[in-house]
Write a protein that binds this ligand. Structure first.
Ligand code: MN3
Length: 202
């Protein structure tokens, strides 16, 4: 089925000062929209037209040799999730069951946050950092290049992801990627959404 650009689940100016309206206008209206448009052009006659978005991502990954269809479909999935992983007045208290799981698997919430920020900062070039529920039931932090995501690699369920492509932070943070990822995890994350995905996957 054709890919569709969803509206942002909040107002463009509602994530400021951590993410500006200008960043969201470019990121959602230009970048995400381009993944949808290019993805739909590449989906035509690909043999994957009848599949769900997740199925297209899996089927087009091709062990890391995926081409344009994979890149655009995966980035479409990543961005749909990314918008919902943030909320106005985000960050703050983490729902109990999720907090317990973070402490059990990382030692503390701060240790998780440090690992997540470090993954985002050390991803060389464009990509994403992730909190993943692995197939063994343990939480892990990981990072991927470009559009690659945990659906493609089969690493597990993506509970949280942060876009570290320069287009996601250069207007607001210039080259200060560490400040951006730290602001994301401390002030933008919709922890209720993360807890909901964990609960559905457990
Ligand atoms: Mn992006």
């Amino acid at each position: 089925m054709a890919f569709e650009l969803p509206d942002l689940p909040y107002a463009y100016d509602s994530l400021a000062p951590y993410m500006s309206a200008e960043t969201l206008e470019f990121h959602h209206d230009k970048h995400h929209n381009a993944y949808v448009t290019n993805g739909n052009n590449l989906l035509k006659d690909s043999g994957h037209e009848g599949k769900s978005l997740e199925e297209v991502v899996k089927a087009s990954y091709n062990g890391g040799q995926g081409g344009g269809l994979f890149n655009n479909a995966a980035q479409h999935w990543n961005h749909v999730e990314f918008w919902n992983w943030m909320k106005p007045n985000g960050g703050g208290a983490i729902p109990g069951a999720l907090e317990k799981k973070l402490v059990a698997d990382f030692g503390s919430v701060d240790a998780f946050k440090d690992a997540f920020v470090n993954a985002g900062v050390t991803q060389f070039g464009s990509g994403w950092c992730w909190l993943v529920l692995g197939k063994d039931g343990k939480l892990v932090v990981s990072k991927t290049a470009n559009g690659v995501n945990p659906i493609a690699t089969g690493e597990g369920t993506a509970l949280l992801g942060c876009d570290v492509w320069e287009h996601s932070y250069y207007i607001d943070y210039r080259n200060r990627r560490p400040d951006y990822v730290k602001a994301f995890v401390d002030n933008l994350v919709n922890w209720e959404r993360v807890a909901e995905i964990l609960s559905n996957a457990s």
